[in-house]
Design a protein around this ligand. Structure first.
Ligand SMILES: [Zn+2]
Length: 233
């Protein structure tokens, strides 16, 4: 069966108003990234990190999915298991657009998890009130975000999806965190959509749309429909 992998990054949610630290010189909403996004920073000052993610959840509640999130949700509903939707984003904007089975490579902001028993708890946009796990009562409840210096277990899922896909669609990610140019070479066809041109990266893909995700998504949807219908050009 022909399959398509849609991998998205910060550029997908930027138009909804969510900033990422990579836009602002090592600062994410005025916080030092290593203090709030690394395992060592979390050990040093867990309260600061908890408050940081409390703020991120409060911010997430105020933003809305954009046309690109909605179109990805529509494609997923239409083609189901023929499309993998994998994102580097920790927000829930794809889910709020109605997208099913989204794989979050770097965690999911509305969730906490217990580092002792592994249970996940969805607290939506609320503050984390306690570090005590409601299930096992151990004091290891934390944000479900993969931090620097921590393994990302879903990378295995990403590689399995790449091995099954004939079309790789990369939306709103520069290739700084993941080797997306290499991923393109693993699939027969590949499409890149970023706001800024990057000649080295662009040359790895057979189609490149250098524009906003919400503008490019209609053409990308057509490309995906054509590919799954056997008419990709
Ligand atoms: Zn627990």
């Amino acid at each position: 069966m022909k399959k398509v992998l849609i991998l998205s990054g910060a550029g997908l949610s930027a138009e909804s108003g969510l900033k990422t630290f990579r836009e602002s010189n090592g600062l994410w909403e005025e916080h030092d990234v290593m203090e709030v996004c690394s395992a060592s920073g979390f050990r040093k000052n867990p309260k600061k990190v908890r408050e940081f993610y409390d703020e991120r959840r409060a911010q997430l509640e105020k933003v809305k999915p954009n046309h690109a999130h909605e179109m990805i949700a529509k494609l997923k509903a239409e083609f189901k298991d023929q499309i993998f939707v994998i994102t580097q984003n920790v927000d829930d904007l794809l889910e709020r657009a109605g997208c099913k089975d989204v794989i979050h490579l770097h965690g999911f902001l509305p969730e906490l998890y217990c580092a002792s028993c592994g249970t996940h708890f969805n607290i939506a946009y609320k503050k984390q009130e306690s570090t005590t796990c409601p299930k096992c009562k151990q004091p290891f409840l934390r944000h479900n975000i993969v931090m620097f210096e921590e393994p990302a277990p879903q990378y295995q899922t990403l590689y399995e999806a790449l091995n099954q896909s004939g079309l790789f669609v990369c939306i709103g990610t520069s290739g700084y965190v993941l080797p997306v140019g290499h991923f393109a070479s693993m699939c027969e066809h590949s499409i890149l959509n970023n706001l800024d041109a990057d000649p080295a990266l662009d040359s790895c893909f057979d189609k490149v749309y250098t524009q906003k995700a919400s503008t490019a998504i209609d053409q990308i949807a057509l490309d995906i429909r054509n590919y799954l219908g056997g008419n990709y050009v």
